[in-house]
Ligand binder design. Structure first.
Ligand code: FAD
Length: 393
């Protein structure tokens, strides 16, 4: 996005990416359908960025969710909004959009070099760029926009090594932490041998005062999935503070506890507990087994059983490694950049995307902020270049 804006403004642009091909994480995001953005009103939309909302607000206003949809459509990938408001390309894929963008960049004269990496700054403070043979690229560039990503899924390219080089220049880089990540649970062997991979659908999840309704999945080592990701920031911070975090599940969010107790008060007539729970309370086998994971001897009394179903405690032991998280929290502090995302200490160097210190839940907020900050950084880099007389024409 930054390259597009710079090239449209008339700059001769070269992209370097350390991987054999670009945008691998974007392509992986496409496997889940590529949730590009969200249709909710901007006011609500901005709340998803938590404490970084004030800094990101002007960026998202400069490149709004509607503009992102139009951009995708102009590249031959019209979008649609699902019932939740999440926006996807109709193709549900990232690859056609990426191909179209690369074609557009090529038409704009942008050159792309794969297997070329940024490897720190030289004594003049200029980026060191290495080619595929690890030889220094000697060409001089007048402005630089860094879009090196955060720290999740390093094997796709964003290994966050840049933190060390930026920190060494005195730029404040907050340590990366997993965001939108799974958590470890000490499942019993019996439970996990039967239910690894099982989905939990339409469940209420609560952490303190925060409530989320949605889906999750039983993973070999714990839990993951959309509803867990939505609570992952407070859960992660709680584990950092207390050494563990308690999540409470409502296995039957559509039925009041009193009504559930009434249904569970009927005689069992010799049924096994799990078939009774299925028939009387509509619990799936994995949900019934989760009850037993929490409390080996289930209460006989209907009211107590209903309460457990509505407030099932799940102890989360650890955060899953950042290498498998959807995104990361942390990065370059917003104080380090101006309104155009240029580093205050290093005129001519711009940063965008997950390199910056913000976090957001899934729902299209991640890509929206990456595209918007890329858009702003690209335009600001072009203005900067124009200001110092570097335009090609
Ligand atoms: C499984 C998964 C699913 C996701 N699904 C969605 C979704 O549906 N919706 C959504 O909004 N977000 C989603 N995301 C998040 C989204 O993909 C990221 O937020 C986004 O890709 C970050 O963009 P970025 O440009 O900041 O960094 P990245 O996409 O990580 O790109 C950074 C680039 O910099 C290159 N690079 C890094 N270091 C160097 C170096 N030293 N030299 C040269 N090149 C370097 C890398 O090779 C890479 O190409 C998903 C993420 C994952 C992992």
């Amino acid at each position: 996005m930054a390259a597009q804006e710079m090239a449209r403004a008339g700059l001769a642009v070269t992209i370097f990416d350390r991987m054999p091909s670009p945008a691998r994480k974007f392509l992986l995001a496409g496997r889940g359908g590529l949730n590009l953005t969200h249709t909710e009103p901007l006011e609500t939309f901005m709340t998803r960025y938590g404490t970084s909302a004030p800094q990101l607000h002007p960026m998202i206003e400069a490149f709004t969710p509607d503009m992102l949809r139009t951009w995708s459509e102009d590249l031959g990938e019209p979008t649609f909004a699902g019932s939740s408001g999440r926006v996807f390309p109709k193709s549900f894929k990232a690859s056609p959009l990426l191909r179209a963008l690369l074609r557009r960049l090529d038409d704009l004269g942008v050159r792309l070099f794969a297997r070329h990496s940024f490897a720190g700054f030289d004594e003049r403070g200029l980026p060191i760029l290495l080619d595929a043979q690890q030889l220094r690229v000697t060409k001089h560039f007048d402005v630089h926009v860094f879009a090196l990503g955060g720290a999740s899924w390093p094997k796709l390219g964003s290994d966050a090594r840049w933190c060390e080089w930026f920190s060494a220049r005195g730029i404040v880089v907050h340590p990366f932490k997993p965001a939108n990540c799974g958590f470890d649970v000490n499942w019993s062997e019996h439970f996990i041998s039967r239910f690894a991979g099982a989905p939990l659908k339409n469940i209420g999840f609560a952490m303190g005062e925060r409530h989320v309704r949605g889906e999750a999945m039983i993973a070999q080592t714990g839990v993951e999935g959309g509803a867990i990701y939505a609570l992952s920031a407070p859960l992660r911070d709680e584990i950092a503070q207390a050494g563990f975090a308690m999540l409470h599940l409502d296995l039957h969010p559509d039925v009041e506890e009193a009504e559930l107790a009434r249904r569970l008060a009927r005689p069992r007539n010799g049924q096994s507990m799990s078939s009774f729970l299925r028939k009387a309370a509509g619990l799936s086998p994995v949900e019934a087994a989760l009850l037993r994971e929490a409390q080996r001897d289930l209460p006989d009394e209907a009211q107590a059983l209903a309460h457990l179903i509505k407030h099932l405690p799940l102890r989360l032991e650890r955060v899953r490694p950042i290498a498998r998280a959807i995104s990361s929290a942390g990065g370059i502090a917003f104080d380090e950049v101006d309104a155009g995302l240029m580093l205050r200490q290093a005129p001519g160097l711009f940063v965008c995307g997950e390199m910056l210190d913000w976090e957001a839940p899934t729902g299209g907020y991640l890509l929206q902020a990456c595209f918007a900050t890329g858009f702003v950084a690209g335009q600001a880099a072009a203005h900067y270049a124009a200001g110092v007389g570097l335009l090609r024409q």
